[in-house]
Design a protein. Structure first.
Length: 280
């Protein structure tokens, strides 16, 4: 089967490309000029003829035309597109303009859900972005050599309800907690900026909680962590990171936990039914 890959920024699209090919799929790659790494073009061509296309962020109609010409009926989105870029700097074509005019809520989920509906109307199903990456999803339990201590567990227990509520309101998916007080909340700036701000405000000992939305659509905007996340935690003096098991992509695999061990950061995967830290 030929799969369409709509690539944003970061390493996620590279992993999705490799995983789809390892399962025997041919891949048509559509890269977003404002976001995707230039190295994506070489990766698409590696070992086989490339079916690779650059588009600008607002060119939804051209994206659909490319996928249809390539006989793609299933596509996935992998990699982030900066939230601020989506609603400020995009020059929409007529297809995207018709989508924007129908939106009642101008947030990323509403927009991409509407885009998925348009793709579907053209016979292109947008599938789970982690469809080929199950081995990279965070496991439940303590994922590092060090587990959270009693004070840190208290911060996590306090913070989970807060994080879930904020994610449910579609404000952000990451919060930072210190001594049972929320010191930083993510909005459009991204996880690393929240971590840095928390370090400046609360100093060493901050616990960072990254959650999926209660109704997380795994087709897009899936929570992601990698070695740079651990670097940001270490620089800010944060000591714990919690992610949602089964719904968070660990981009760098075990290297993330090796980096966390070296930095003394405890990483835990919260189970789907857990009200506190998931048991190892």
């Amino acid at each position: 089967m030929r799969i369409g890959l709509i690539a944003g920024n970061g390493r996620f699209p590279f992993l999705a490309l490799d995983a789809a090919r390892s399962l025997g799929h041919d891949v048509t790659v559509i890269a977003i000029r404002e976001e995707t790494s230039p190295a994506m073009e070489a990766a698409a061509a590696e070992g086989r003829p490339a079916d690779f296309h650059w588009i600008s962020l607002g060119q939804l109609g051209r994206c659909i035309d490319i996928l249809k010409r390539s006989n793609v009926t299933r596509a996935l989105m992998a990699g982030q597109v900066k939230h601020t870029r989506i609603f400020s700097g995009v020059v929409p074509d007529l297809t995207l303009l018709s989508v924007l005019r129908r939106l009642t809520t101008r947030n990323t989920d509403a927009l991409i859900s509407a885009v998925a509906d348009v793709l579907g109307s053209h016979g292109i199903q947008l599938v789970d972005s982690t469809a080929f990456l199950e081995p990279l999803l965070a496991r439940a339990g303590t994922l590092t050599e060090r587990a959270p201590n009693e004070e840190e567990r208290g911060d996590l227990d306090f913070g989970y309800g807060m994080a879930d509520a904020i994610a449910g309101l579609d404000i952000g998916q990451t919060i930072a907690v210190r001594q049972c007080a929320v010191v930083a909340v993510e909005a459009m700036e991204g996880t690393d900026e929240v971590i840095a701000r928390a370090g400046r405000l609360a100093g060493p000992g901050v616990c960072v909680i990254k959650v999926a939305k209660p109704d997380q659509d795994m087709r897009f905007d899936v929570p992601v962590i990698g070695v740079p996340t651990i670097d940001a935690l270490s620089a800010a003096g944060a000591t714990v990171l919690s992610v949602d098991a089964g719904r968070t992509v660990v981009l760098d695999g075990d290297r993330v936990f090796e980096a966390a061990n070296a930095a003394g950061v405890a990483v835990v995967g919260r189970g789907p039914a857990a009200s506190g830290v998931a048991a190892p």
